[in-house]
Design a protein around this ligand. Structure first.
Ligand SMILES: Nc1nc2c(ncn2[C@@H]2O[C@H](COP(=O)(O)OP(=O)(O)OP(=O)(O)O)[C@@H](O)[C@H]2O)c(=O)[nH]1
Ligand SMILES: [Mg+2]
Length: 365
């Protein structure tokens, strides 16, 4: 039933043995047959894994809660946290001391010292606006990146009709990568795209199981290898399978890694090269998943990932869990990479398009 990867098979992706496509195709049609025989909703799962380790409770995906998540509810804590404090300060009689307190509040909310000073200096120069209106307008201006236009609704890039769009999801440990992939796959599937997931976090068996558990619920197929396998080889096989199946979007999960570990960062660069080799000119999307509760350290992380993997977008997760969502203002400015989505909960529906104007509106609602 399962297509098995030979143990002696070289890990280098350009040394793929002849006939791999045929073997994988055979596995796919077997799986498709099995899927037809299975109860409705069961996905066709591709795996090269011999042993499927039992998932632990801790790694089981939560029930799919297709909530009506919105920016409005997602930013509630931030609105009641640092934004409420700002508004309280700016309500009446703004003097030198008040502006200093505004700076401190912005810094405390992870906007970053440099930007906080800039926002206050600009707001003070604004004529005709109330103090609150001026700060709000300056915060909004921070988010207006040039790439903003035409991206109201993010779609992964597809360079040719026969080539799947490729999305590589990266970030440090526990930021919400796997959950975000599930949310994204769920959304794209609902929009009619054929999605395939690549379990390229081979670091822990439980990580592969976690992705599968989500995939089963959506449902979408998964390509995986045994724990400890070369993540690049998983991605290579996932691209093969996607081309063979006419998949629209392949999304690769990766192991969380510290941005300070150069060997792990090099592994990401290798995955990037693998995509370029298998699908030349595919222009993968590289989404950096940032935990909104991380604070300014998130910027250092993002810079390191940008250098290794060439980020094309940011997903800011756990916005619902923080009262200081100010990182969103500094991240785009620092990287010149747009925020595409925000995560506002643990359910499949809790991924919201990042609409800059609506975001600021929701903060000051
Ligand atoms: N409240 C909230 N929790 C989230 C959000 N996104 C992810 N989580 C939770 O964050 C925890 C970690 O999520 P994962 O998706 O496993 O994170 P990961 O980056 O894949 O983790 P590693 O693979 O271990 O690096 C889980 O408990 C998720 O439910 C979000 O937007 N809001
Ligand atoms: Mg993960």
């Amino acid at each position: 039933m399962f297509w098995r990867r030979r143990r002696d098979e070289p890990a280098e992706v350009d040394a793929a043995p002849e006939g791999r496509d045929a073997a994988l195709d055979a596995a796919i049609s077997e799986e498709e047959q099995a899927a037809q025989d299975s109860p409705p909703g069961a996905p066709g799962r591709l795996t090269a894994t011999e042993v499927t380790p039992a998932s632990t409770d801790g790694d089981r995906a939560p029930e799919p809660r297709v909530s009506a998540a919105t920016l409005d509810t997602g930013v509630e804590r931030t609105r009641r946290g640092f934004v409420a404090r700002l508004r309280g300060l700016l309500e009446s009689g703004v003097d030198e001391e008040t502006w200093e307190a505004v700076e401190e509040t912005l810094i405390g909310a992870d906007v970053g010292a440099e930007l906080a000073l800039e926002v206050v200096a600009r707001a003070r120069r604004r004529n005709g606006d109330s103090a609150e209106g001026a700060v709000r307008a300056e915060l909004e201006a921070l988010l207006a990146t040039p790439r903003d236009e035409g991206h109201a609704r993010w779609q992964p890039r597809r360079t040719a009709p026969a080539t799947p769009a490729v999305v590589l999801v990266v970030g440090v440990n526990g930021t919400g990568k796997t959950t975000t992939i599930a949310k994204l796959a769920y959304r794209l599937t609902a929009e009619g795209d054929r999605v395939l997931l690549a379990a390229a976090d081979t670091f822990r068996a439980a990580a592969i199981e976690q992705l599968r558990a989500w995939a089963d619920r959506i449902p979408v197929p998964v390509v995986s290898h045994a724990p400890g396998a070369d993540p690049s080889a998983v991605v290579y096989d996932a691209l093969d399978a996607s081309v063979a199946r006419g998949i629209d979007v392949v999304i690769a999960d990766t192991a969380g890694r510290l941005h300070t570990k150069s060997n792990l960062m090099e592994e990401l660069a290798k995955i990037r090269r693998t995509i370029d080799k298998r699908l030349p000119g595919a222009e993968p999307e590289v989404l950096f998943v940032l935990d909104a509760t991380t604070g300014q350290n998130g910027l250092a992380q993002a810079k390191a990932f940008h250098e290794s993997a060439g980020l094309t977008g940011i997903v800011l997760t756990k916005l619902d869990s923080t009262a200081k969502g100010g990182i969103v203002f500094s991240i785009e400015r620092t990287l010149a990479v747009p925020v595409r989505f925000v995560g506002v909960g643990e359910g499949l529906g809790d991924l919201v398009d990042f609409d800059r104007r609506r975001f600021v509106e929701a903060l000051f609602a």
